[in-house]
Design a protein around this ligand. Sequence first.
Ligand code: OFO
Length: 169
Amino acid sequence: MISEKMNAAFNKQIKDEMYSSNLYLSMVAYFERIGLKGFANWMRIQVQEENAHAMGLFDYLISRDGCISIEAIDKPETNWASPLDCFEAVYKHEQLVTSLINGLIDVAEQEKDRAAISFLQWYLKEQVEEEANCSEICSRLRFVGEDKHALLLIDQELGARTYVAPTIA
Ligand code: OFO
């Protein structure tokens, strides 16, 4: 069993994770367009991670005998001025997601839903990692500036990222 308020908050977060997935898919297209395949690969993995985050919430809500409602997802941006501009948008978005997860935990606390509080700890820790990863890439992009050779080295490195399915518990 789950309270109506908690149920609604979970449904909203499922939608927000799916928005993240679509936003990053739009970024895959951007990086493919400008020929940075390694950056595109990094974003493709980000898409898979966001789908896993959405499904983690989806399956959790089912396990609590909740009621799933798939909400409409807003259209994401399609263009960015530069790889740095794009990664700054990722960083800003992940900060927003962190505040959404905190809000979800606030609801769980109001509802005295200790099981949900415990479940959401994984998402909280994941956000720390998400923010740290994109903050680091932003710093490196700022450091290389207009140096195209250095940009290609970063592209090569990001191209090596592989997907590891998260164990959400
Ligand atoms: Fe789901 O963590 Fe990024 O948004």
